[in-house]
Design a protein around this ligand. Structure first.
Ligand SMILES: [Zn+2]
Length: 306
């Protein structure tokens, strides 16, 4: 086990920003910082920034009398966790980047590479809203929709690093076209981006999903209709998830989770209507906010040490 002055260098790399921290083995952050990803510079420049920031964090640990023992990095897209390769990412531009080896060489520390949503799920399942429940489905709803199935504290990546793409479950065959090219995927109907788009299409006014939720609560019929459509589609997706995984807890994260009970109360009811013999999971909001990915990257690094 690790001793009292040991920390892990953790980075959660997103399309726009990087959340970075020094994290103790018990999951407490001793230092946190944020940097711009500036993905438009291209993947090589982004990798350079990731390595510089990681090295800088290790230096800060030493300066503070702490010992960095490992590094964990979370990235979006398709991630081959076994080989430590960022295979593909639409918003950062990664194509087969051996990020784990690059960081290991630069820092001289054991390094783990993980998928942003899977490590976020790991953190929620072990430290957050799914704590102590064993079987957890973490669903992140933001620009897109993705999930992580966590059992006994670890998330399965799939044979090709692409498990958990719940956003591409077909829910509305006649629905809007998804970014993946097919019409009717869950995320084309119910992501935060899709909700905003749908309302704008019907009302001619561009608003965010959060505002659609506010207007729905205020009794505006159009907003109520758009919100309800999204909730029904989400319930279809979650019912499929529950049929596959039979989890104890579904944790809803991502930007849309900030709608709180305005999302969770109707979603819970709609999910209940869809379940027949399946047991109803607890449906809760994520507890760790946008720090989940960074904490999860730290957990992955600690797991790699053991
Ligand atoms: Zn799709």
């Amino acid at each position: 086990m690790t001793s009292g002055d040991e920390v892990v260098v953790a980075l959660d790399v997103g399309g726009t920003g990087m959340k970075c921290a020094l994290v103790r083995p018990d999951g407490t952050m001793v230092h946190a910082e944020r940097h711009a990803t500036e993905a438009a510079r291209g993947p090589e420049a982004v990798v350079g920034t990731i390595l510089d920031v990681a090295e800088g964090l290790a230096g800060k640990a030493h300066a503070g009398g702490l010992t960095p023992v490992a590094c964990g990095i979370a990235v979006p897209g398709v991630v081959d966790e076994a080989r430590g390769v960022a295979v593909w990412s639409a918003n950062v531009g990664f194509r087969d980047v051996p990020l784990r080896e690059l960081a290991r060489r630069r820092l001289g520390l054991p390094t783990a590479l993980g998928h942003d949503v899977r490590v976020g799920g790991l953190a929620e399942a072990r430290l957050g809203a799914g704590r102590d429940t064993g079987h957890v489905l973490f669903v992140a709803i933001g620009t897109g929709i993705a999930a992580a199935h966590v059992v006994g504290g670890s998330a399965a990546a799939g044979a090709h690093g692409a498990a958990g793409e719940i956003g591409h479950i077909l829910v509305r065959p006649e629905g809007p076209r998804c970014g993946c090219g097919r019409p009717g995927c869950l995320e084309a109907v119910a992501s935060a981006a899709a909700i905003g788009r749908r309302y704008a299409e019907l009302a001619g006014v561009p608003v965010t999903a959060a505002e659609v939720a506010d207007r729905a609560v205020a009794g505006e019929p159009l907003a109520d209709r758009v919100w309800r459509e999204a909730v029904e589609a989400l319930a279809d997706g979650l019912a499929t998830g529950q049929a596959l995984f039979d989890v104890a807890t579904i944790v809803i994260g991502g930007g849309l989770a900030q709608a709180g009970p305005r999302l969770l109360d109707p979603l819970r009811a709609a999910l209940r209507e869809r379940l027949t013999f399946h047991r109803e999971p607890r449906l809760v909001a994520a507890a760790l906010g946008d720090e989940a990915g960074c904490l999860g990257a730290a957990l992955l690094a600690l797991d790699a040490l053991n």
